[in-house]
Design a protein around this ligand. Structure first.
Ligand code: SAM
Length: 442
């Protein structure tokens, strides 16, 4: 029952724009997002069956429970709560059936109001435990149908049933229809696959730390990017991961254990208080910084893109993000930092990066992933953006700052931010990888 009360609590906050859903574990996240998506449908069912009057439940708690009963995988609680839901099940199912007849549709998703974006389900293969080929074979044996590797983003729009594809950009990603749920699947429980949106895979992929390197994940919990970094580092070297939130760190510990990560050192510490001059970090050359943000890119936040977010809140977040980014650049051996947010607001993205570069003229932007279709807002087109519309992902932003070998003496304004040539060393390495992957596929 705790799952439902927590989900209802988050829905309350989301509706009052007090919090981002991303700060919660995946199952909760999926439940809240899906309930939010079906909100108007659920409301109609609840009203037409007088469910609140009969059960004395609060609206959002009723919504999450009715969602799971009708559209999810059945109620996951027990005791009196389950009995109550079972008592009302046939009436709720009948109300849903009536709605479908009235709207002349046969599928649940056809009841959704127009404009609710659907993004595919992305699954990252955990290379610490298995290979892409083995996961594909396993799923094929279970009746899934592998359609090959996508050649265009649009190929991923039309997946249905048990069909899946390899992602067009990231080789370790498999792409499934939006509705596919792997939370109870063996491969997920055994840590062979990680359920991670494609855009959220970009930071570690682009940072691309070397095997055996010393790396910091500055705001790390619940750790999907940490486990991705560890996989790229082949579990060799040192991966320092910090987070302020004890609960999220404990979730992270479980996740990393399941993913077979061993090269990490977790610390419940404020990244801003980590001493860059400590001997412990003297070899750190790579930092991944994914700090707290407004979460406005997460598609389940209501009208995240159109609603004016409280500008005071955005300014406060941006000030914190800038302090973190500035702090990351203070590590003496630092070569690269990847900065990412799941916000769509320039205040938290391009403006933070520009302000940081102004303060730190020894760093410049790296032109990331030339083949990626959606770029940072001009003039910061070296950075990447992601969105439901263009990249079929949550809204996201990624920038990479790199230490210049010859520091600029002059102050730069954001329109003069020096740009590394596209296809810098990371990209060369990726190219080599792509060739290698092509070979493997042939
Ligand atoms: C966007 S989430 C990170 C998600 C994570 N990178 C992942 O991919 O799973 C931001 C995290 O920053 C943490 N945080 C906020 N302020 C912090 C600080 N000053 N030092 C370290 N962590 C902080 C929050 O607790 C939260 O877990």
């Amino acid at each position: 029952m705790a799952l439902y009360t927590k989900a209802a609590e988050i829905l309350d906050k989301v509706e009052q724009k007090k919090g981002a859903v991303k700060n919660n574990i995946k199952q909760l996240f999926a439940l809240v997002c899906e309930t939010q998506k079906y909100s108007s449908v659920l409301q109609e069912i609840i009203e037409s069956t007088k469910f609140l009057k009969e059960t004395k439940l609060k609206l959002n708690l009723a919504k999450v429970m009715v969602y799971d009963l009708l559209f999810g995988q059945g109620v996951k609680c027990g005791g009196a709560w389950k009995a109550m839901m079972m008592k009302h099940r046939s009436r709720l199912q009948a109300a849903l059936a009536r709605m479908k007849v009235k709207q002349k549709v046969s599928r649940n998703e056809d009841l959704l109001p127009p404009g609710v974006p659907e993004i595919p389900r992305y699954v990252r293969v955990n290379m610490l435990k298995t290979t892409v080929e083995d996961v594909i074979d396993y799923l094929k044996r279970e009746g899934f149908s592998y359609q090959g590797r996508a050649s265009r983003i649009e190929d991923l729009c039309h997946l249905s049933g048990k069909a899946f594809m390899g992602d067009v950009h990231l080789r370790e990603l498999l792409v499934f229809p939006a509705k596919m749920d792997f939370h109870d699947h063996y491969l997920y429980k055994a840590g062979h696959i990680i359920l991670q949106d494609k855009a959220s895979c970009l930071p570690a992929y682009l940072l691309d730390p070397p095997v055996g390197g010393n790396v910091i994940d500055a705001c790390a919990a619940p750790g999907n990017k940490t486990s991705h970094l560890a996989a790229i580092m082949k579990n060799k070297g040192k991966l320092f991961a910090f987070d302020l939130d004890v609960k999220r760190l404990s979730t992270m510990s479980t996740l990393l254990l399941r993913a077979g990560v061993t090269c990490h050192k977790l610390a419940n510490q404020d990244f801003l208080k980590v001493d860059p001059l400590s001997p412990e970090y003297k070899e750190v050359k790579h930092v991944l910084l994914d700090p707290s943000c407004s979460g406005s890119g997460m598609v389940c936040l209501p009208d995240g893109s159109s609603e004016e977010q409280d500008s005071e809140r955005l300014q406060a977040l941006a000030a914190f993000q800038l302090r973190c980014l500035d702090h990351a650049l203070q590590f003496p051996q630092l070569q690269r930092v990847v900065y990412s947010t799941c916000s769509i607001h320039s205040t938290e993205n391009e403006e933070v990066v520009s302000a940081c570069l102004q303060k730190n003229p020894g760093f410049r932007l790296v032109h990331l992933f030339p083949e990626w279709p959606e770029r940072g807002h001009a003039p910061l087109t070296q950075c990447l953006r992601a969105s439901t519309k263009e990249t079929l992902t949550h809204g996201f932003f990624v920038a990479m700052l790199e230490r210049q070998t010859t520091p600029c003496s002059a102050q730069q304004d954001s329109s003069e931010i020096p740009e590394e040539q596209p296809q810098q060393s990371t990209t060369k390495k990726k190219k080599r990888n792509r060739k290698k992957h092509k070979k493997q596929e042939n």
